[in-house]
Write a protein that binds this ligand. Structure first.
Ligand code: PAF
Length: 281
């Protein structure tokens, strides 16, 4: 059954108000579309944990610091709606920009601490854009639960902090990263990889897994990460923007090798910026 596609905030809230009044728990899966199995695993978790499920599709201009990246972002609404059919969700919310940022909109939600480094440093303004749109999507959908992938591990921490700090009343549920058979983390951006780049892309995760094993075995973190960086560059990645061991949740640098921790990386390959993260220990 195809879920209704709702494009206006007022129409959405007519529905969600009724659900809340009936005591139903609304779960939201915020997405920017181009849905893959990673997103669909979030929808499955939302179905399991909520009475009503809304998937939102909105390519949020405020979180793109590169206009080319925004322009190239894949948009596949019909295909997305088709992929969602088997989940029998309650609504697909596809707001136009005016429903999220109407004329005169002048507020930015900004999280610090956990948002400051890694992606926050490499993509200035990105997490302000994410925090602002997620706040709007939470309030517009009236959700009590929201489902995010660990693939964007830092985003998951930022949204958790945001919901807690602003008393938004939304429980943020993190779900495991879904990977292709060769280990590449699923991402809408993978659609932009050329055939040649697609073959090389899993080398990022391979290098990270090897580094994680060596760190767990007690080898010095700095040496291991320097060698992993060299491996990634040897696989024709253009750069390694960061490859860092950080503490779980707070994402503070791990200087004493204390585990468990999280290994996070960003590396562009043939013009497509890939990010990944794995648990260590
Ligand atoms: O992860 C994403 O796709 C986006 O950052 C999100 C959470 C939908 C906000 O635009």
């Amino acid at each position: 059954m195809r879920a209704p596609i709702i494009r206006s905030k007022s129409e959405l809230q007519n529905l969600t108000r009724g659900w809340r009044q009936a005591g139903e728990v609304i779960g939201v899966v915020p997405t920017m579309g181009a849905l893959h199995d990673g997103h669909l695993s979030l929808v499955a978790a939302a179905k399991e944990g909520s009475d009503r499920v809304i998937v939102t599709i909105f390519v949020n201009p405020k979180q793109f610091n590169d206009p080319k990246d925004l322009e190239n972002y894949p948009r596949t609404e019909n295909e997305d709606a088709r992929k969602l059919e088997r989940f029998e969700i309650d609504a697909i919310y596809v707001p136009g920009p005016d429903q999220i940022y109407p004329e005169g909109f002048d507020t930015t939600v900004s999280v610090s601490g956990v948002a400051d480094e890694l992606e926050g440093e490499k993509r200035p303004g990105h997490f302000d854009g994410v925090a602002t749109v997620v706040t709007k999507l939470f309030t517009q959908t009236m959700a009590e639960k929201a489902f995010f992938g660990e693939k964007d591990y830092q985003q998951l921490q930022v949204v958790t902090q945001l919901s807690r700090d602003l008393d938004l009343g939304v429980e943020v549920v993190g779900c495991p990263t879904i990977r292709e058979e060769d280990g590449l983390a699923m991402s809408s951006r993978n659609l932009l990889l050329s055939d040649r780049a697609r073959v090389r892309a899993p080398r990022l995760n391979e290098a990270m897994e090897r580094a994680a094993e060596r760190i767990v075995a007690g080898e010095p973190v700095e040496t291991v990460l320097a060698e992993a960086r060299a491996e990634i560059l040897a696989a024709e990645f253009n750069d390694v923007e960061y490859l860092e061991l950080r503490s779980i949740g707070t994402l503070k640098p791990v200087t004493d090798g204390k585990l468990p921790a999280r290994l996070l990386a960003a590396a562009p390959l043939a013009g497509v910026r890939l990010i990944d993260n794995i648990a260590v220990g």
